[in-house]
Design a protein around this ligand. Sequence first.
Ligand SMILES: *Cc1c(COP(=O)(O)O)cnc(C)c1O
Length: 447
Amino acid sequence: MTETNPAAARPDSAKTKVFLEEADIPTHWYNIVADLPTPPAPHLHPGTKEPMSAEDMTAIFPLQLIEQEMSTDRWIEIPEAVQEIYRLWRPSPLHRARRLEQALGTTARIYYKYEGESPVGSHKTNSAVPQAYFNKLAGKTRLTTETGAGQWGAALAFATQVFGLTCEIFQVRNTYENKPYRSLLMRTFGAQVQPSPSMNTEVGRQLNERFPGTTGSLGMAISEAVELAVADPEASYALGSVLNHVALHQTVIGQEAIRQFAGFGESMPDHLFACAGGGSNLAGIAFPFLRENLEGRASVDVVACEPAAAPSLTQGEFRYDFGDASGMTPLLKMYTLGNDFVPDPVHAGGLRYHGMAPLVSHCYHEGLLRAVAVKQREAFEAGVLFARAEGIVPASESTHAIAGALRQARQAAEDGTSPVILIGVSGSGQLDLPAYAEFLSGDMLDT
Ligand SMILES: *Cc1c(COP(=O)(O)O)cnc(C)c1O
């Protein structure tokens, strides 16, 4: 007897989500440097101001990550040990936001790629896992890092535990005190967590003296983590965003999305929105699409959605600056608000960074993508609408991408056009519910 499967009979365009098989997880990371029309500026040594050599970076990073940082190869193979861990949650689904479209009354077709199903609820694990792996391979036993909202700290805590490394995390004091759940998550995975600036590093003591009662910043926490890593040859520092190798690791997102679009019977999105703090999830979803643009197969309008409280692309200067507060990291050519900029303590802790990834900055400078700034009330309003329509509470950071997309979708309704919009939803907001509560009560400051 033959049975007909009504789902299989539905056209692609009627689908609500497209999964890929495990075998479809990308086997290589995509390095956009190979395809850029002009080469990005090199990182400079903080002392000599000369281009960094690989050797200069060995004090804080293992060689294979340094090679990735400097690579001009288009494809970099993902080791099987990393793919094995990726299989715990990848491929991530691509959804058609049908109910959101209805709620908006828009003629746009809206899709979203959701990274919130990873072990810690964000895209950060895509880079935490390879970073822990390459450090293990290099014989390191200990990783130090910073974290803002705690998404990166939780991701690295998970990844170090997978490969048997210890993990020490400096969390920005504002979120450490106001959002205890992520530090509990980090501790559950076995990491040590302390608020930054702390009194346990030289630079932390100096920062506490210079800025008494400071709520902390990512730049300060980075300085503390780097200090510990430099002092111990068995330790490395790990950064959750900004650097080229982090952007590289995230490109599994966009590569999957391109294949999933085909599963919907769509070719390419007209617009792509992602939130941008340090730039890694934006790079991850957008760079594979920018490759399609650069090779003439598409013309996707890529839009970085940054918080109005830390508007590095829309208000910053494109120049060399340090990645941290005290000038210990390499000098990076990027859009920056200045490395002593301390953003208002907005809820999207992961977006409170003074600079923007050099590769994202370069693409922006070259006109390959554009940027908008979003205030947090507009962001959370979009987040609530999205949650009520789609049943997923997006991370505070991700709500900025949704807000950017909603502006476009509403414009389409006015213009009577039907663009295809893709949103990168970088994480889950289950641990951001106090921020949602503040928004719903009307108390949220509109910064
Ligand atoms: C860390 C984080 C961000 C911001 O970092 P990017 O490097 O800009 O991606 C955005 N969304 C979520 C969920 C995060 O955890």
